[in-house]
Design a protein around this ligand. Structure first.
Ligand code: M6R
Length: 368
């Protein structure tokens, strides 16, 4: 049942091209317009939305962080992202024109469920992004986008995360379509990039062996840092979470621009730092990331850089280099997280841990 893999997690990592493809299936009608089957929110209701609050926990929260970049950029609607466990207790400002997006793989996470109950009591509309048909969160929501990852057995979420990202991109594009903030051909172009993703993820997976040997090289590390910027920042946080959960290692993700505001003090000789390098674009993200990488390396860090194919400017500063396919910055999390999943899975395996059942953790957290 593990298809020849040692762990469900590893099997699920390798299922990601299929899971992403399935989550994109049937989302456009004959004329190419996006359609979301269980949207159940009328176009007028969506047009009235003036604020979106995404609530989730753990890995799903990091998918929500990526969603913020995409939704704000494509729809110009303000987005907040909040941990479900914090949301209710800060007396959030919500009303009938607020859309709550609850992201939950299991659909049973107690913190998220309580948060949507609170939001609905304040008349907000709730849309769930969920992988489990008929679970509590979609049942108690006004609308749902189901992800089609298939059952996720490993406690650490992998294909759940990728398909949540896909659902978030679809939601962003759908709102853009309804609000008319993006012209049809731009939506088409982004959809084409999304439809190419399963192939790109395959390409990343074909490099798994190189990532495994890197993981084995770092098995005796006491601490590992992850750096990212923009949509790569949540990827850094998620990469660190995977390593904490599975390898029981101290791992932390940072926004690269924050380094000099404190975290750089952690850098010492030999510290592995995994860096998610944004694609080279017209903005200054790439250059700024490079200078962050130089700073940690100058202080003795061992830099493991994830950078797009053809980016040679990174070479002088990368002790190790993992190549990513060329994709737009907002979609890069779909390919950039994959080596980090493989890295954590392999490192934990080398350390002799139970990857599918890490200590102290449950697959779905049904208590607050
Ligand atoms: O089922 P949910 O998406 O609501 O679960 C949220 C978190 O408990 C979950 O993502 C957790 O952080 C995973 N173990 C991460 O790998």
């Amino acid at each position: 049942e593990k298809d020849g893999h040692d762990w469900f997690m590893r099997k699920e990592i390798f299922e990601q091209p299929r899971a992403v493809a399935d989550s994109l299936l049937g989302r456009r009608d004959a004329s190419g317009r996006l359609q979301l089957d269980e949207m159940r929110l009328a176009d007028e209701e969506l047009r009235d939305i003036d604020k979106i609050i995404i609530i989730a926990c753990g890995t799903s929260f990091y998918a929500g962080m990526v969603a913020k970049y995409a939704i704000e950029h494509w729809t110009r609607t303000p987005v907040e992202v909040e941990l479900a466990s914090e949301f209710r207790y800060r007396d959030p400002i919500i009303d009938a024109t607020t859309l709550i997006v609850a992201i939950s793989q299991s659909g049973e996470t107690a913190d998220t469920l309580q948060a949507i109950r609170h939001a609905r009591s304040q008349r907000a509309k709730v849309l769930a992004i969920c992988n489990t048909n008929g679970s509590s969160i979609p049942r108690e929501s006004d609308a749902v986008i189901y992800t089609h990852a298939g059952p996720e057995i490993g406690v650490a979420s992998t294909k759940g995360f990728l398909t949540q990202l896909v659902a978030c991109y679809l939601l962003a594009l759908y709102i853009a379509q309804v609000k008319g903030t993006r012209f049809g051909d731009e939506i088409d172009e982004i959809m084409e990039h999304l439809e190419a993703m399963p192939g790109h993820i395959e390409t990343v997976l074909s490099g798994a062996d190189a990532v495994y040997s890197l993981a084995a090289d770092h098995a005796s590390s006491r601490s590992v840092l992850f750096l990212g910027r923009h949509a790569g920042y949540p990827v850094a946080l998620e990469g660190a979470l995977k390593l904490k959960e599975l390898a029981y290692l101290h791992a932390e993700g940072f926004a690269a621009g924050e380094l000099k505001h404190g975290p750089i003090a952690l850098v010492e000789d030999g510290l592995p730092v995994l860096c998610v390098v944004p694609p080279k674009g017209r903005d200054q993200l790439h250059g700024k990331m490079l200078s962050g990488i130089q700073e940690v390396r100058a202080r003795g860090a061992r830099t493991i850089c994830l950078a797009e194919e053809g980016d040679t400017s990174i070479e002088p500063y990368a002790d190790e280099l993992i190549r990513l396919p060329k994709v737009p910055v907002l979609l890069q999390p779909l390919v950039a997280i994959v080596p980090l999943q493989l890295f954590a899975c392999e490192l934990a395996t080398v350390l002799g841990h139970d990857v599918d059942q890490p200590r102290n953790l449950a697959k779905s957290v049904t208590v607050e």
